[in-house]
Design a protein around this ligand. Structure first.
Ligand code: PEP
Length: 248
């Protein structure tokens, strides 16, 4: 079974004054069976990577440019993020797909960039509410996965996060059966496209309103290998409870 991963996405939240919350996460998790990852805003990335050096907590980024360097004002390459201490990069989050018109092709190029820099890509996929209502969930997820995941995926360089757009930040979640069905479909797709060993070992995260009160039951679903957590990762007590759920 893949190692569970509790991943926090701080989005555009966090100042130096938030480092106390981060320290409270470190202090509560001096050992952990599950992998713990926090993706802060880039302004905090290097400081958090340094603070977590002796703890079982990894730091990641929320996006990268596809190129290694060049005339792209305001952008950051995967190599720069690696240099600052990142081990993972989230690519294709629905907020970036929506706010920055990121297509599957763009997301795929970003995933390739993370691999060029020796990092692991967390590729996000998920349907809108209208697509779910139209019964298109499995098709949308399959199309996004096929388009966004490069061919040279391995169990080490790829994590896939299923994040229904309508569940992000809303307090609403699919039923456990619905999550189970989508994750089973994702696993089948990976095992069909890649070597079965690879497909079986790539971690599949669920994201969308994961909180202390639902983490246990979501993480107990067969093909759920952890969570990508937004709002509840900002508060140490909530995220620590979610990490505890990932630790079983
Ligand atoms: C996310 O942004 O990836 C997310 C899942 O957010 P939230 O947990 O707040 O729904």
């Amino acid at each position: 079974m893949p190692r569970m991963l509790a991943a926090g996405n701080w989005k555009m939240n966090g100042l130096n004054s938030s480092l106390g919350e981060f320290l409270a996460i470190l202090e509560a998790n001096t050992t952990s069976e599950a992998e713990i990852l926090i993706c802060p805003p880039v302004t905090l990335l290097a400081a958090m990577a340094e603070l977590s050096r002796d703890f079982p907590v990894t730091i990641g980024a929320q996006d990268c440019h596809a190129n290694a360097s060049g005339a792209h004002t305001g952008d950051l390459s995967a190599e720069m993020l690696a240099d600052a201490g990142a081990k993972y990069v989230i690519v294709g989050h629905s907020e970036r797909r929506a706010d920055h018109d990121e297509t599957d092709e763009v997301v795929r190029a970003k995933a390739e960039a993370t691999w060029r820099a020796g990092l692991t890509a967390i590729v996000c996929v998920g349907e809108t509410e209208a697509q779910r209502d139209a019964g298109q969930t499995l098709d949308v997820v399959a199309t996004q996965m096929n388009g966004s995941i490069p061919d040279s995926a391995t169990a080490e360089n790829l994590v896939v996060a299923y994040e229904p757009v309508w569940a992000i930040g809303t307090g609403r979640t699919p039923t456990l059966e619905e999550i189970d069905q989508v994750h089973d479909g994702m696993r089948t797709l990976l095992c069909t496209r890649f070597d079965t060993e690879v497909g079986a070992q790539v971690r599949l995260l669920y994201g969308g309103s994961v909180k202390p009160s639902n983490a246990d039951e979501i993480f107990a679903i067969g093909n759920v290998d952890g969570g990508l957590v937004g709002g509840a990762s900002l508060k140490a007590s909530d995220f620590n409870a979610i990490i505890a759920a990932a630790n079983g």
